[in-house]
Design a protein around this ligand. Structure first.
Ligand code: BGC
Length: 748
C-alpha cells in the first residue's frame, strides 16, 4: 500500500477508533460474533474501541484463527485486519531446545534455520508475529527466565538475536512462511535483583551500554519489526515509562522506527510500581515514552481519549503510533490478504512437524547438549554393548516432559523420550542386543514441594511413602544387575520460565538419594541432566562417571541425547552460561572486572573470593567436552601494532589429536589491558565451529573489527582507546595460557 493511503486511513478514523488500534487483547474479549466475553469484560471498552483493536495474542491457530479474523473484519469499519501475535519462543509445533541451550550450540546459522522453521509453522497456522527473540543478558541462574535467553555473553547474544530475527523475517515479510519478530524485553530484564522475576534493575549506564544493550541493538539492526518493553524498573523508572530508553536510545540513537509494544499488562503496572497514581497518569507516562501498543491492560483503551481532550497527550502522538501499527500491518501484507498466506495455511497439516523440521530439531538439540564430565565411559559404543544391560533410571528416563513452559503449541505426545531414543539407536544396530531396565526411581519433586503452573494447576509429588521406597528399591536392584546406569535427572518443567525463580539450584533430595544409592551398587553411572538453567550438583560432579547437560531439549530431545550417549554424534555444545559451584557465587560470569587484589607484593588472605567455595565456578562459560581432543598452536596476529581503525587478524592452528572426528568451538577472547574505565578480564569477540577428522588440522582466522574494541570511556564516549590488548584463543573462557599481546595506537 502507498504510504499516503496509510496516512489517509489514519485521517479517516475517529479518535476513539484510533485508540482501538493501540490495543492488544486476549481472545477472551471476543466471541466468534465479536461480543465481549471473558474474565476482563468488566473493563468497559467502548464498542468502537473494541471493534478497532489492533491485535490479539496467543489464541489457537488454524481454522479457529481464520474464523476469528473473518468475524472481526465484519465488525471493523475500516477493513483493517487484526495482527495475530503469539509466544513462539523455541519452535511452534516442532519444538527446538530452549534458547539457553540454543546458545550452547554457538551455531547462529542453525539457530536461524530453526527460527525459519518456527516461522513457517506459525505462518501456516495463521500467526503473523512472534514475541521473540529475547536478548536479555543473564548472569543469574536463579532467574527462571534465563532459559529464554541465549546466555551471559553480549557478543554471543547479539549473534543469536540477529540469527533469530533473520530466520523469522526472511528477506521480506511478504515472503511466504515468514513472521515478524518482536525483540524483548527492552531493557535489562535479565538483571533483576536477586534473580527474582519482575524485580528492580539498578545498574550503571556503563554496564547497561557495554553489556546489556548491544544484543538488543543487533536485533534492531537486523530489522526486528517490533520491540517489547520490559516489566522492570531501570534505575528507578519502569522501562515502559522510560522516555530515555525508548525515545533517546531506541528511537533516536538506534533509529528504530517499528512498533513499540508493552509487555503483558505493563502499562497498568505503572500504578503498582508507584510512578502513576491513576490510570490516566499511567497512560500519559507510556505515551510520553513513545509506547505504541498496550498489551492487555485497560489503560490506553480507557484513558487516551480523555488525555487528548484534556490536552495532556497531543493527538499527533496518537496518529504517529497508529501509523506505525498500520505500517506494520502493511509490511506483513495484511492489507493484501488478511490471512497473509492462505495457500500455506491450506498445507498446515503437512508442514507441522514434518520430517525435515524434526531433523533440524534433532541436530540443534545435539549441538546444544554439553558434555560436562567424562571419565572415559562415554560414548557407549553399541558394538561393545552386545548382550549388555543398561539400567535407565530417573524421572526423565521415559518422560515426554522435555518441552518448556513456553511451548504453547508444542505437544508432549510428539516428543521422543530418552528411552525411545536409546532403543532406536541400539535397535538400529544389528549386532547389538541391549537389555534395558527402566525405572523412575523417584518422583521429580520432593513430597513437600508444590509448584503452581501457568494455568494455576498445582504440581506436586503424590506418591505415598510406600511407593517412594518401592520405586527406589526397584531402581537400586536394576542398577545392581546392570553393566551401566544411565540416570536421567533434573528440574520440573515448572521450575523454569516466567515467574519461576529459585533460591536453591539443587536437585530434589529424592534425586540425590537415588543417585547415591544407585552409585553405591554400580560405579558406572552416567547422569543426563534436564533443566532450564545451570544447576548446582556437587555430589554428582564428584560421583558420576559422566554428565551430559541436556537442558530442555524439545521434541527430538530423546533422539539427540541417545545419539550423543552412543557416539552417533560427538558432543560439540559449549556452555552459554557459567555453572557456579554454589548459589552464593552468583552472579558468576566470566567477563568480570579485575579487583585491586591481590594487592601488589602480597598474596595473603585479603583477596576477593569466598573462603568456603572460592571464586571459580564449577564449569565456566564456553566449556564443554568432546569425544576427541583438540590442540592449539600459539595465537598469531598479522601485526603487532595497529592503528585504531585497523582490523586485527588473528589466526591459530587447531588440530584434532584424538581418534574420532569432532567439532571444536574455537573461541577468541580479547582483554583491553588498561583503559580509562576498568576493563573485563576477557571478552568474547569471535567463535567458529570447526569440524576436524582425526589428525586433521586447520588454520582458523578471526577478524576483530574496530567497533569490537570499543568501550565506554571515563568521559562517557563509546570508542576504542589506544593501548595494549591481549588476544586469547582457546576452548573456553578459562583458557588463559594461549594468548598474544598486540597494541592499538592512535596517531593523534
Ligand atoms: C511475558 C512476555 C510474553 C508476554 C505475552 C509476558 O508475561 O513477559 O515475554 O511475550 O507475556 O505472552
Amino acid at each position: 500500500m502507498e504510504h499516503k493511503e496509510l496516512e489517509a486511513m489514519v485521517e479517516n478514523m475517529t479518535l476513539r477508533e484510533k485508540v482501538g488500534q493501540m490495543m492488544q487483547l486476549t481472545g477472551s474479549f471476543f466471541s466468534e460474533d465479536g461480543v465481549i466475553t471473558g474474565p476482563m469484560s468488566e473493563i468497559k471498552f467502548e464498542p468502537e474501541v473494541l471493534k478497532n483493536t489492533a491485535s490479539v495474542l496467543n489464541i489457537p491457530g488454524g481454522t479457529a484463527l481464520k474464523q476469528f479474523q473473518e468475524a472481526y473484519l465484519k465488525e471493523n469499519p475500516h477493513g483493517i485486519p487484526l495482527v495475530f501475535m503469539a509466544d513462539v519462543i523455541h519452535g511452534y509445533r516442532t519444538v527446538f531446545p530452549i534458547p539457553l541451550a540454543q546458545g550452547c550450540s554457538f551455531d547462529p546459522e542453525l539457530v536461524k534455520k530453526a527460527a525459519g522453521i518456527a516461522a513457517k509453522e506459525s505462518a501456516a497456522a495463521g500467526f503473523h508475529v512472534t514475541f521473540s527473540p529475547m536478548a536479555d543478558l543473564v548472569r543469574d541462574p536463579r532467574w527462571g527466565r534465563c532459559m529464554e535467553s541465549t546466555g551471559e555473553d553480549v557478543f554471543l547474544n547479539g549473534q543469536m538475536a540477529r540469527a533469530c530475527v533473520e530466520g523469522y523475517q526472511g528477506d521480506s515479510l511478504k515472503q511466504e512462511g515468514t513472521i515478524g519478530a518482536c525483540l524483548k524485553h527492552f531493557a535489562g530484564y535479565g538483571a533483576a535483583e536477586g534473580g527474582r522475576d519482575y524485580n528492580t534493575v539498578d545498574m550503571s549506564e556503563l554496564s547497561l551500554r557495554e553489556q546489556y544493550l548491544p544484543a538488543y541493538r543487533e536485533a534492531v539492526e537486523a530489522g526486528t519489526a517490533l520491540v517489547m518493553t520490559s516489566f522492570n524498573t531501570i534505575n528507578g523508572i519502569p522501562a515502559t515509562a522510560n522516555k530515555w530508553l525508548m525515545e533517546d536510545v531506541l528511537r533516536k540513537e538506534w533509529g528504530f522506527d517499528g512498533v513499540l509494544i508493552s509487555d503483558y499488562g505493563a502499562v497498568i503496572e505503572l500504578m503498582k510500581h508507584g510512578v502513576a497514581a491513576t490510570k490516566e497518569e499511567a497512560g500519559q507516562l507510556a505515551m510520553e515514552a513513545g509506547l505504541d501498543l498496550d498489551m492487555v491492560s485497560p489503560v490506553y483503551g480507557t484513558t487516551l481519549e480523555k488525555l487528548v481532550k484534556e490536552g495532556k497527550v497531543p493527538e499527533k502522538w496518537i496518529d504517529r503510533a497508529v501509523l506505525r501499527i498500520l505500517e506494520l500491518k502493511d509490511k506483513l501484507g495484511l492489507f493484501d490478504n488478511p490471512l497473509r498466506f492462505p495457500e500455506l495455511m491450506e498445507k498446515e497439516d503437512e508442514i507441522q512437524l514434518c520430517k525435515e523440521h524434526r531433523e533440524v530439531a534433532e541436530k540443534l538439540a545435539e549441538e546444544s547438549m554439553v558434555l560436562l564430565k567424562n571419565e572415559g565411559i562415554l560414548p557407549l559404543d553399541p558394538k561393545n554393548m552386545q548382550k549388555k544391560t543398561i539400567a535407565l533410571l530417573g524421572p526423565y528416563a521415559d518422560s515426554r516432559e522435555l518441552l518448556s513452559t513456553w511451548t504453547l503449541f508444542g505437544k508432549e505426545e510428539d516428543t521422543v523420550t530418552l528411552k525411545e531414543g536409546m532403543e532406536a539407536v541400539t535397535n538400529a544396530s544389528e549386532q547389538t542386543e541391549v537389555r534395558y531396565l527402566v525405572e523412575e526411581g523417584c518422583h521429580i519433586l520432593d513430597p513437600e514441594e508444590e509448584l503452581v503452573g501457568f494455568h494455576q494447576q498445582i504440581v506436586k509429588n503424590d506418591w505415598s511413602e510406600t511407593e517412594i521406597e518401592a520405586h527406589l528399591q526397584n531402581a537400586v536392584e536394576y542398577a545392581a544387575q546392570a553393566d551401566v546406569v544411565v540416570l536421567a535427572l533434573g528440574e520440573h518443567t515448572q521450575h523454569s520460565g516466567e515467574s519461576a525463580s529459585r533460591a536453591s539450584l539443587r536437585l530434589s533430595k529424592g534425586q540425590i538419594r537415588l543417585f547415591e544409592e544407585v552409585s553405591a551398587v554400580n560405579p558406572n553411572v552416567i547422569v543426563v541432566l534436564f533443566s532450564g538453567r545451570p544447576l548446582v550438583f556437587p555430589e554428582i560432579n564428584v560421583g558420576a562417571k559422566a554428565i551430559l547437560q541436556a537442558w530442555r531439549p524439545g521434541t527430538e530431545g530423546g533422539n539427540a541425547a541417545a545419539n550423543l550417549l552412543f557416539g552417533n554424534a560427538n558432543p560439540s555444545g559449549r556452555l552459554s552460561m557459567t555453572f557456579p559451584k554454589h548459589e552464593g557465587q552468583i552472579p558468576a560470569h566470566y567477563n568480570r572486572l579485575n579487583t585491586g587484589r591481590p594487592a601488589l607484593g602480597r598474596s595473603d588472605r585479603f583477596l576477593s573470593t569466598y573462603c568456603d567455595v572460592g571464586e571459580f565456578p564449577e564449569y565456566p562459560f564456553g566449556y564443554g567436552l568432546s569425544y576427541t581432543d583438540f590442540a592449539y598452536s600459539p595465537v598469531k596476529t598479522d601485526k603487532k601494532v595497529y592503528e585504531i581503525e585497523e582490523d586485527i587478524k588473528v589466526s591459530v592452528e587447531v588440530t584434532n589429536v584424538g581418534d574420532r572426528g569432532g567439532t571444536e568451538v574455537v573461541q577468541c577472547y580479547v582483554q583491553d589491558m588498561v583503559g580509562t574505565t576498568a576493563r573485563p578480564v576477557r571478552e568474547l569477540k569471535g567463535f567458529q565451529r570447526v569440524y576436524l577428522e582425526p589428525g586433521e588440522k586447520k588454520q582458523v582466522e578471526f577478524i576483530i573489527k574496530e567497533p569490537q574494541t570499543r568501550m565506554i570511556t571515563r568521559t562517557g564516549e563509546w570508542k576504542t582507546e589506544p593501548g595494549m590488548f591481549r588476544i586469547y584463543v582457546g576452548k573456553d573462557s578459562s583458557a588463559a595460557d594461549n594468548f598474544e599481546e598486540v597494541e592499538k595506537f592512535s596517531i593523534k
